[in-house]
Design a protein around this ligand. Structure first.
Ligand code: SAM
Length: 419
């Protein structure tokens, strides 16, 4: 049902304190304000609490007004909801809300407007920041064995996949994340043949990886078959039918177990996982990074995302330290990812391959030699650019000195900032 919900918490009201105590007096004034706003009253019920405040409800044809006063805090709560079924009553609701606020004169007002009926996809970045994307329709929703999966249709990004309430990928901006996860390491590798992607059930990273012609086999290990099913149904614009590519090899299973049991050696491993929670959490541990290092062929590289340096600095610092303690070369890089609503940190790790040692011209030459096409983001300049770290990110990811019984030693050999 479409409509507008206005919620207000008013505190420190400068009005005459008696206005918060006398429900009977307020009832008639309230009726007059509702009528002045042009809304239609069906019923009015007020309850006076002995020697305290009052609670009142005005039942409207358009829905309702509810009020509860807290004289002891010189405050009250307001709730005005109008459905916009037969007409758009939003302006009337705002007029009533405004007149109530003006009447009680709060020094502090916490108010929220909620457009009921459409979907506001909130993306929490940390306990106190996030961002949102509006969706016009929910196309799928199910609780899988591992997570809550949902698909929405959004005006700006097209179809969008969410897992456990977090944005994963979308039709129109997926290239930013998938190209940057895959190409910096793969293009720096002289001749990648065997690739492993853990997670990435939407197929976007796999599709990008297979643009490198030297790859002979790509294995994707996705724990949740439902993600593959939904990707096949809704996200062809992301995977471009990579699931049917002759070099593509799907394993439905836990990436942790897979890498522990596999004896294969990979030229490139991409961890294309949710944030470190749920089924993905164990795949951000030092132990797992050591497994990945062991699974790399000589000169091979691992790439993964480690979070937002502005919204999740502690996570980025912690994961960078874990990687610094496992790999000889750790190269963080950053890119703004639209769907996450923030600058994001990714990392290429290796014992031999240093993607930062390539010039823009060398990268462009390799892109041309490999006839890699349909790149909407990645090129030689962006390759150089993403590795240029702002000082605050350098500080976050720089190997911390580790004091051991034999004195202080730097974790990792090539520092994150290339100093
Ligand atoms: N970072 C990307 C993003 O946020 O856009 C990841 C998207 S991709 C859909 C993440 C995938 O990792 C999910 O499909 C999830 O099922 C999968 N996954 C999580 N934990 C896993 C595990 N232990 N083994 C294999 N796949 C896993």
């Amino acid at each position: 049902m479409n409509g507008l919900h206005l919620i207000g918490d008013l505190n420190g009201c400068r009005c005459d304190p008696r206005l918060l105590l006398d429900g009977q007096d307020f009832e008639s004034r309230c009726v007059a304000m509702v009528e002045a706003a042009g809304l239609t009253i069906m019923d009015v019920r007020f309850h006076q609490f002995e020697g305290s405040g009052f609670t009142g409800t005005v039942v409207l044809a358009e829905s309702h007004l509810a009020i509860h006063t807290w004289p002891e805090r010189a405050g009250l709560t307001l709730d005005v909801y109008v459905c916009n079924f037969s007409a758009d009553n939003s302006a009337k609701a705002r007029a009533l809300f405004r007149s109530l606020i003006d009447y009680f004169q709060p020094t502090e007002l916490a108010s929220h407007e909620i457009d009921r009926g459409d979907h506001t996809l909130n993306e929490p970045l940390n306990a106190s920041t996030g961002f949102y994307i509006k969706a016009t329709a929910q196309l799928a929703e199910r609780q899988t064995q591992y997570q809550k999966l949902a698909v929405y249709d959004t005006p700006h990004y097209g179809k969008l996949l969410r897992l456990d309430g977090f944005n994963m990928t979308s039709e129109r901006e997926e290239f930013v994340y998938h190209e940057n996860l895959v190409h910096p390491a793969l293009t720096a590798h002289a001749h990648p043949k065997n690739v492993l992607i853990i997670g990435g059930g939407d197929g976007g990273a796999a599709e990008e990886a297979l643009k490198h012609p030297s790859i002979e086999k790509l294995t994707l290990v996705e724990i949740d078959a439902a993600v593959i099913d939904v990707a096949r149904e809704h996200f062809q614009a992301v995977h471009h039918d990579v699931f049917d590519h002759p070099k593509f090899n799907l394993v439905v299973g836990d990436g942790l177990r897979y890498i522990q049991e596999s004896s294969e050696k990979f030229d490139f491993i991409a961890l294309d996982l949710n944030d470190p929670m749920g089924p993905a959490e164990a795949l951000y541990s030092t132990e797992f990074f050591q497994h990945c290092r062991h699974a790399l062929a000589p000169g091979g590289a691992l790439a993964l995302h480690i979070g937002s340096p502005t919204a999740q600095p502690e996570r980025v610092a912690e994961l960078a330290q874990r990687l610094n303690g496992v790999f000889r070369i750790v190269r963080p890089y950053t890119v703004y990812i639209p769907l996450y609503g923030a600058q994001w940190t990714l990392v290429v790790c290796s014992d031999k391959l240093d993607p930062k040692s390539f010039t823009a011209d060398e990268i462009d030459r390799r892109i041309e030699q490999r006839k890699i096409s349909e790149l909407q983001f990645y090129n030689g300049e962006t390759h150089e650019g993403v590795f240029a770290l702002p000082n605050f990110v350098r500080d976050l990811v720089a190997p911390r000195l580790k004091t051991t019984t034999r004195g202080t030693r730097r974790l990792g050999v090539v520092s994150a900032a290339g100093k």
